[in-house]
Each structure stands twice: as structure tokens, then as C-alpha cells.
Design a protein around this ligand. Structure first.
Ligand code: GLV
Ligand code: MG
Length: 323
């Protein structure tokens, strides 16, 4: 079991959104191969359907069949009347079969702390391991972004910081018709760069994963790849998937390329060897045409961790000289 302070690095390249009100969609989600599924009680569920969605989610989690998929439930945000019941019903009913709670529209560290305290109480009263269930914090408005560093640092439970572009665009009055793309007809540079980088910095500062939100044009796979490619290039770990058609592209875009993965593992092996007594205790050394040193090892660690989390295997192995 992971300790409260050392949370496991779990691959979250694809985060499949599933409305908790649809038993059919929940069933289908089981076999699709997403790294994570989140069962929604928030914006994909009509207010009158929320009580039923909670029940569906509890049974679906307890029925099992999710394999290695990370199981998350998105509750309603703290400004509504639903949050506490969402959390209590889902965690009391299926806490042992749940990995994380996603909290949308987070605006302050206090909102994360409130969820942390409620989870702790439920865990204690139901005999669950205290601190195991993670928190995923969605940043969806200006206040949330302003406080993103404090939000990331608010609890050991926080595993991800997620960008919610649809709500975010609406909240700051951004003029755009397609979520995640540039405001149409205006040259504003990359309108999303500051938001994505702020989320990424907070995530990296506190050892969390940075997750990009939905791309709503579900038939436009090229658009999905373009928008996903931007956050992946910056260093994001994954993206929401609203439709099975977006799943394979997400897993591809957020995985290292095979050659980059092989290269990273080879750097780690080579650096390990050359810095050792047997390898000559060298701190900077040539690997093929490339000079590698401690900073190269750190860069390689990033690619290696993403590849290992995605269960990649090395195809071209560096051989230790004389081995
Ligand atoms: C997701 O929740 C979004 O608002 O984009
Ligand atoms: Mg939203």
C-alpha cells in the first residue's frame, strides 16, 4: 500500500469522462483501455439525475471489472448543495473500490482541505486506510488559477491538477468558439500558454500530475491531436477523453516515442556505469555523439518514468562496455 506521503506515479495519459447517469456508458467504459475513468456526478449529469447517478456509481465500482484502470469520481463543487452528499454516499458506499475524488471549480486551498477532512472522517468511520483516496483538483476559473500553487500544496492527497478549458473560457470571457483552440479571427498569441504553464509549474513544484481537459469536437481527431500535442509538448501528463475515438490518440500523444524511451533508459544505464568505480568515476561522458551528465540523467528520468508507467519496454539496449 502506498504511504500517505509517497503516492504512486500512475499513468494518466487518457482520462475517460463517463456520465454517472448512464449505466450503458459506465458498462462500456470498462473495456476501453483508458488509463483512468472518471465517473461524473457534475456537469454531465442533470440536477434531477444526480441522486441516481450516485447510486449507479457505487454499484459500478463495487461490481468491479475495472482492471488496472484508475477509478475516479467527479463530485459537484463546494458552491453547490450536492458536494457533501456526493462524497459521503460514494465513499461510504464504494470507498474501497475507488482511487480518487475529482473536485471541480476549485478556487482555494481551503476547498481542498475541506474535502481532505471529509474523506478522512469517512475513512476512519468505515475502517478504510486513511489517506489512500487521492484528490484531483480542477482549475476552471481565474481565482482557481490565481491560487493554483496553494491548491497543489494543500494536501498530500492531491494527485493531479486539471485544466477545465470550457468553464475557464466562460469564466474569463475568452472569445473562442472551439475549446482549446485560439479565439477565432484574433491574433492573441497562444491564448492558453499562460494557463497551461501556471498549472504545469504548480504541478511540478509539488510533484503532481498536470492533466489537460476536454476537446469537445469529438469527431475532429486532428484537432484533438493538435491541442493534446501542445500540452504534451509542454510536459503535461495526459488529457481528458470524451469519446472512444479520442482514446488511442491520447495514449499515443502522451507516451514517449519508442526511440526516446529507449534512449532515456540507455542514458540511465550508461550514466550509472560511467559514474561508478568500475566505469571510471566520470561525471560527464560521451554516449555516441552526445555528451551526458547529471542533467541528462534528470531529463532521462522524466521520459523513463512516463514510459515505465505506460508499461513500455526497451527495444534497443545499450551494452555495458566489457560486460
Ligand atoms: C471541464 O470540466 C471543463 O469545464 O472544461
Ligand atoms: Mg468544467
Amino acid at each position: 500500500m502506498p504511504s500517505v506521503t509517497q503516492r504512486p506515479l500512475r499513468s494518466r495519459r487518457s482520462n475517460l469522462a463517463v456520465p454517472g447517469s448512464s449505466l450503458k456508458m459506465i458498462d462500456k467504459a470498462r473495456g476501453l483501455g483508458a488509463d483512468q475513468v472518471f465517473l461524473d456526478i457534475e456537469d454531465a449529469v442533470a440536477p434531477v439525475a444526480k441522486p441516481e447517478a450516485r447510486k449507479n456509481i457505487v454499484s459500478a465500482l463495487n461490481e468491479g471489472g475495472w482492471g488496472d484502470t484508475i477509478r475516479t469520481v467527479r463530485v459537484n463543487d463546494w458552491t453547490t448543495q450536492w458536494t457533501y452528499s456526493d462524497v459521503v454516499e460514494v465513499v461510504e458506499g464504494a470507498g474501497a473500490n475507488l482511487d480518487a475524488i475529482m473536485l471541480p471549480k476549485v478556487q482555494s486551498a481551503e476547498q481542498v482541505v475541506a474535502l481532505d477532512m471529509l474523506l478522512t472522517q469517512i475513512e476512519k468511520s468505515t475502517g478504510l486506510e486513511v489517506g489512500r483516496i487521492g484528490i484531483e483538483a480542477q482549475i476552471e476559473n481565474a481565482l482557481g488559477l490565481t491560487n493554483v500553487n496553494a491548491i497543489a500544496a494543500a494536501s498530500q492527497r492531491v494527485e493531479t491538477i486539471i485544466f477545465g478549458p470550457a468553464d475557464f473560457m466562460a469564466s474569463i470571457n475568452m472569445k473562442s468558439l472551439v475549446v482549446g483552440e485560439q479565439p477565432q479571427g484574433y491574433d492573441v498569441g497562444d491564448a492558453y500558454h499562460h494557463i497551461l504553464m501556471s498549472i504545469l509549474m504548480a504541478a511540478r513544484a509539488y510533484d503532481k500530475q498536470a492533466i489537460d481537459g476536454p476537446y469537445l469536437q469529438i469527431k475532429d481527431i486532428e484537432g484533438f491531436r493538435r491541442v493534446a500535442g501542445r500540452s504534451a509538448a509542454l510536459g503535461f501528463d495526459g488529457k481528458w477523453v470524451l469519446h472512444p475515438g479520442q482514446l488511442v490518440p491520447a495514449n499515443e500523444v502522451y507516451s514517449p516515442r519508442q526511440s526516446d524511451y529507449d534512449h532515456a533508459e540507455n542514458i540511465l544505464d550508461a550514466y550509472d556505469h560511467f559514474t561508478s568505480e568500475a566505469g571510471g568515476k566520470k561525471g560527464a561522458v560521451m554516449l555516441g555523439d552526445e555528451m551526458i551528465d547529471e542533467a541528462s540523467r534528470k531529463m532521462a528520468m522524466v521520459i523513463s518514468a512516463k514510459g515505465r508507467a505506460a508499461a513500455m519496454t526497451r527495444q534497443q539496449k545499450w551494452e555495458t562496455p566489457g560486460a
